[in-house]
Design a protein around this ligand. Structure first.
Ligand code: HEM
Length: 263
C-alpha cells in the first residue's frame, strides 16, 4: 500500500524534483498527501511507458513537472510538457504515453460525496417534523404534484398518470419523504431506498436540473398543507435537507446513467 508521506493535519512542503524517481519499467507513484476528498500524488513514467485507455470515478487534475508525453483525453490529443495543466472530469476516458521520462502531480478529487455536515439544528428540526409528515404525507405529495403539473406541465410526460390518479405515486413519494426525515442523520440506512428510486428515475430520464423544480413544489406543498406548523425555521431546515437529498439522488443517478451508457 502506498501510504502518504505527509498527513493532512499538519502543513507540509516538498521540492517535487527531489522526489522524482523513474523505475526501469512501470510507473512510480508516490502519494504525497490525502484528505477526505482528495489524494495528491507524484507520478513518474519512464520513457516509452504507455497507459491504455481507462477512466476514473474521481475528478482528476494533472500538472506536468518535467519531461514530455502525450495524452488522449476524450478523443483529443494533448501534448504534455512542463507547466501543462489538464483537468479530467470523472469518467472521462483517457490514455497516456511518456515520450521521454515524464513526471507529473496528479490530484484525485472525489466529487460524488454527498455534502457532509447538515447542521445538527437542521437534523433536529427535520426529525421533529417526521410525525406530522407521516400524518399528512399523502396530502403533501398530492399537493406537490398538483403544483408541479400546473406550473411545469412539461414534466407530465415523464410520469405514469394512472399512478397519479390512483394515488400510488403520491403514496410512494410520501413514504420516501417520511423515511428521509427519520434517517436524515443516517443516510446509509436509506441506501436501498435511494437505489430503487434512482433506478426508476433513470428509467424515467430524470435529469439533475429537474431537482430544483421538485424541491420548489415540495416545499410549497409542505407550506400549504402544514400551514402554521410550517414555521420559517422548519422551511429553512427542509430547504437544506431537500438539497442534500437531491445531491444524493443526482450522484447515484449519474453513476447509473454512466454504467448504462458505458461501452
Ligand atoms: C428528492 C427528490 C425526489 C424524491 C424523494 C423522489 C421520490 C420518488 C419515488 C419514491 C418514486 C417511486 C419509485 C418507485 O416506483 O419505485 C419516484 C418515481 C419517479 N420520480 Fe421521483 N423523486 C424525487 C425527485 C424527482 C425529480 C426531480 C423528478 C423529475 C421530474 C422525478 C420524477 C419521477 C418520475 C417520472 C418517477 C416515475 C413515476 C411514475 O412512474 O409515474 N422525481 N420518485
Amino acid at each position: 500500500m502506498n501510504s502518504p508521506i505527509a498527513t493532512s493535519n499538519n502543513s507540509f512542503t516538498a521540492t517535487l524534483q527531489d522526489l522524482i524517481e523513474y523505475p526501469t519499467n512501470g510507473v512510480f507513484c508516490k502519494v504525497l498527501i490525502k484528505d477526505n476528498n482528495s489524494e495528491y500524488s507524484l507520478l513518474c513514467l519512464p520513457t516509452g511507458t504507455q497507459i491504455g485507455k481507462h477512466t476514473s470515478t474521481s475528478n482528476i487534475f494533472v500538472t506536468v513537472i518535467e519531461g514530455r508525453g502525450t495524452m488522449n483525453l476524450e478523443g483529443k490529443d494533448i501534448v504534455l510538457a512542463p507547466g501543462v495543466f489538464v483537468f479530467m472530469p470523472a469518467n472521462a476516458p483517457h490514455a497516456l504515453q511518456a515520450i521521454e521520462n515524464l513526471a507529473f502531480v496528479m490530484i484525485k478529487s472525489e466529487q460524488s460525496q454527498p455534502k457532509q455536515g447538515i447542521s445538527q439544528k437542521t437534523i433536529d428540526i427535520v426529525k421533529s417534523t417526521a410525525p406530522i409528515l407521516k400524518e399528512n404525507g399523502r396530502k403533501i405529495t398530492t399537493r406537490m404534484y398538483e403544483i408541479m403539473f400546473d406550473k411545469y406541465p412539461e414534466v407530465k410526460a415523464q410520469f405514469d398518470m394512472s399512478a397519479q390518479a390512483n394515488g400510488s405515486q403520491p403514496a410512494k413519494l410520501a413514504i420516501a419523504v417520511y423515511s428521509y426525515a427519520v434517517h436524515i442523520d443516517d443516510l446509509e440506512g436509506l441506501k436501498a431506498m435511494v437505489d430503487q428510486i434512482a433506478h426508476r428515475h433513470v428509467q424515467a430520464h430524470v435529469l439533475p436540473e429537474q431537482y430544483p423544480i421538485v424541491g420548489e413544489c415540495l416545499l410549497q406543498a409542505i407550506k400549504d398543507i402544514l400551514t402554521d406548523a410550517a414555521t420559517e425555521e422548519v422551511m429553512i431546515a427542509w430547504t437544506e435537507a431537500y438539497q442534500t437529498l437531491a445531491e444524493v439522488f443526482i450522484n447515484r443517478e449519474q453513476q447509473i446513467y454512466q454504467t448504462a451508457f458505458a461501452d
